[in-house]
Design a protein around this ligand. Structure first.
Ligand SMILES: *Cc1c(COP(=O)(O)O)cnc(C)c1O
Length: 235
């Protein structure tokens, strides 16, 4: 194992841990309420292995092809895999084969496709509804309109092979993330009123962890702050 890389990741993790602890103190929340999901997209399976060795149990990926390979290479580690990217129905078969939680459920057709595959593969897949916080245009960051969340929650709740776990969002660009996450919190409350067990709020990335924690997040999706800046995506 590359010791320099291990040290780098350990330092990133220690710093994230410190920021999370401080945000919890400021928000009057318990550290144990928060799960850090390490987002490993663009980084190799060897980094996943390092993270696992440092005690990280939750891994997030946003592209199926990349995620499937890493999940297979790391299948001995007993990790929980979170699929956090936009999900095309033709990728559902693959995603269901390794993902424990899908954070990006945003339409009825996807609920049907996930349910069919989960039943076929005899898997139980946790599902979060991705909520669009950027207004009718979605702010370019995906998700369903808050007004459409409850019907989708109902469909997920009824779907075989799927477990409704809660909601997820990405803060829109050009707005105070705290204000956006406050809106997500009220959507989450409305979902929990109908489905009390759906208590997950996946919000907060490297740049807005504290605002997410202040607004009720239970799961943070952290990439850059743990692993370093990703190479710009080239099409
Ligand atoms: C890449 C990604 C993250 C992590 O972002 P960082 O800013 O690197 O922490 C979180 N959520 C989603 C949906 C992502 O695609």
């Amino acid at each position: 194992m590359d010791d320099a890389r291990r040290d780098e990741i350990a330092a990133g993790l220690a710093e994230v841990e410190q920021r999370v602890e401080q945000a919890c103190r400021e928000a009057g929340r318990a550290r144990s309420d928060i799960t850090i999901i390490a987002v490993t997209k663009t980084y190799p399976a060897s980094d996943v292995r390092v993270l696992a060795g440092l005690g990280v149990a939750d891994i997030g990926e946003n592209r199926d092809q990349e995620a499937a390979g890493k999940a297979a290479e790391c299948s001995d580690l007993g990790l929980t895999w979170h699929f956090i990217g936009q999900l095309q129905t033709n990728k559902v078969r693959s995603v269901v084969s390794y993902a424990d939680v899908v954070h990006s459920v945003d339409r009825f057709r996807l609920v049907d496709a996930l349910s069919r595959e989960a039943v076929r593969q005899e898997r139980q897949v946790g599902c979060l509804i991705q909520v669009g916080l950027g207004g009718p245009e979605g702010g370019g960051r995906g998700g369903v309109d808050p007004a459409e969340v409850l019907p989708l929650a109902e469909a997920l709740n009824r779907a075989d092979g799927l477990t409704l776990r809660g909601v997820m969002a990405v803060a829109p660009l050009g707005e105070d993330p705290g204000e956006a996450f406050a809106r997500l919190y009220s959507v989450a409350q409305a979902v929990q009123k109908e489905h009390p067990a759906a208590d997950v709020i996946s919000a907060g990335m490297s740049g807005d962890m504290a605002q997410a924690i202040a607004n009720g997040a239970t799961h943070l999706r952290v990439g850059t702050a743990l692993l370093g800046r990703r190479k710009p995506f080239v099409r």
